[in-house]
Design a protein around this ligand. Sequence first.
Ligand code: GDD
Ligand code: MN
Length: 806
Amino acid sequence: MDTATGPQQLGGPDNARPPRLSVVVPTRNEAENIPLLIKRLAPLVVPLGAEILVVDDSDDDTPDALSRAAVDAPLPVRLLHRPASARTGGLSGAVLLGAEHARGEWIMVMDADLQHPPESAAMLATVAMRHDVDVVIGTRYAGNGSREGLDGVFREATSSWATRLVKSMFPRRLATVSDPMSGLFAFRRSAVRLDRMNPVGFKVLLELLVRHPGARVAEVAYEMATRHAGRSKASLREGANFLRHLSRLRGQRLVGQIRTRPRTLRDRLHELGRLVAFGLIGLSGMVVNTAALWFFYEPAQLHHLLGAALATQLSTTWNFLLVDNLIYRRQRRAGLAARASRFFLLNNVLLLLRLPVLQVLVWAGVGVLAANAVTLVALFLLRFVVNDRVIYTADDRGRRDPVRMLVSVDGTEARSAPSRRRYQYLKYRYDIAGVVTIGSQIRLPELEFFRAQWVAGADVDIAVRVADVGGRGPQRRAAMTQYASQSVLRYEEQLGRLGANFRIQLGPPIDIQVGPLLARSPHVVYTNIIEALLRFVMVSRGHMLLHSACVTLDGVGVMLSALTDTGKTATVLRLLRDHGGLFLSDDMTIVRPDGVAFCFPKPLTISAHTLRAVQAQDLTPQEWRRLQLQSRLHSKGGRSLALTLARFNLPIMGINAITQLVVPPPKYSVDRLVPCRMGTSTRVEELFVIERGAPGIGDLDHAETVNRMIDNTDDAYGFPPFRYLAPSITIAGQGYAQLREREREILAGFLSNVRSRVISSDCFGWADDIPRLLRAERGEAPTSAVVPSPVWPHWDAHLASAGGAV
Ligand code: GDD
Ligand code: MN
């Protein structure tokens, strides 16, 4: 068979639909293993929509064995056999060739010798296709992973030393990767440029990671088994090959970084600015260097080369402090130790270049101090470029996350003993529109409206407790770990138990544990953890938590939607104050497929422009002053700052929690801001998406509205930690994808009863435009939109006695 003609299908159904996953299996003399692999793997990956593609470099009868095994396989099995003359790149070459011919959107690479247990591989593929990441790595070095399967102490030691070496050579790229040389991994086809990849030796994954610095990575811990039959093809020659590969990769990446020129004129000007600043600091460093050399050479009487070497250490320290603090303050990506050691490494490597030149100049009769200065100036540009483009690079890390993401397939969670005994009683109970109940040990101000002490502790759908979560000691990165077999998700920050850690055990009931720091910041717990879970529990019960505001105007249910900071809250408040609307919600509204909306009156977050729009009557002067600061910090700007910080290796939840502790978000219940009345539920008839711009109004079609509202709702849950774990959620037997599908159906049903329009204004005039429009279209007479809600009798009774406002 000729490789140029592409793979040949040996068996299995000839699927009309392209596979979603291609399992690429490189083989070299695996005749005894391949039939068993197909037999065990096939049934596990069929549900994922997989094909198997074997790339074979064998001299034994692996192809025949595969043909026999493939005949009655439940999925397409294809073979690419490379004749002895066409085996370029060995294992790596085979994998890359397989990837080129793969038809799936995801590609998983695994060994044929059953060292990668098919069950773990299938789990890895599932995780990969579910999460929003680009590369998923099977790891033997994290969680419950193990490399028992490596034959012999020697192989084991080599493997772990090689891993350490590799990680130290690419400390940034591999920071969240524990097993960069794994042979079991999967990647999204569209995230990888195969033409960038160089087939060398055994380490395709390493090559892939280094050549794609922006790719987002997750890991799956697995236990490596022993080889089923046959011999490993790893050899001393492969080892030497590996070292060559490694240094070439490192070199090429370095050259690549040095060569990346600034793209825009602005960037180039900035670079020039840094060059000048760097030059000035360099000049001052030269003074330090020369003075030190004079001291070592003249009074101290040291040899001039030794003197130059010592002087360089002093001036390097000087330069580092200035450069690091004055020029690259904002570009600090790595820790202080890492930055300093790179800076010193560079200057000492350059020192090795400088010393011979210095000696030659001295022989030629130049004075020691002058010769030293010449060598310093000569290397100035090189020093700058390496500093600017390598040490303090602002290179695009794409959407890469600073958090380690690990899925443990069958390991059990290691839980160290809690440092304190804590009580279990759930002091605060909430009944949310009769749909979901929550019990919590911390008070949740957002849910105050739904306080319901009659909910039995045993009946809550979501329980929130304070507990010691995570390990005691600090760690270098925040980590998100999923224990698949126990339905546990755990987020731990850098500071051990001091961090804003949490643990979720999916139920029923859903059990949330928050660390002591988080417990003191209930807003963060509510917004970033509870509400996001609440959203999907709602979905599992046929309701949706829609990101929108809702009021009734003259008895008509009106919903408002807008991008953050457009002016939605101010509009709601003005509708209530100036047009006698009833308030249902400002941020999230509970909706049902039949078009009914329930109130969700969280306290309102007041931003600067909301302040301008309404004049709250009931705030003390001190509250007014505080509001200025609060609203600035908790506005869109504050949020986007938090999102920016989240891209760095920082304890972001902790920072968020402390910020909110020190400056609580400006939240006020609606009737503190304007006198108004509350509505319980309504049939929504009108949806307005409010936008800033030239005044105008236009209809939105149904499909477009559904998409917009889903995006808008997702946007409300964008904060990183939850974003990482959301895809792992399963509630009432439904996975994340199913829940999202169901949510879309609920929304589509809801919106089919609603007229949707975009309304633009350039003067925050929506609160006047909307009532005017409705009156013009509907006349003055209020149509009754009252929907009595049987699930919530106490509210009906309450409202009826209060005069039947709704
Ligand atoms: N097509 C092809 N061509 N396949 C090859 C070649 C080759 O030149 N060399 C090895 N293979 C196949 C083997 O048949 C097997 O399916 C897989 O690649 C791994 O080879 P082994 O010989 O079993 O390697 P190992 O178990 O010692 O090494 C494994 O662990 C390393 C990490 O410790 C592999 O997974 C490596 O990729 C991994 O780096
Ligand atoms: Mn092997």
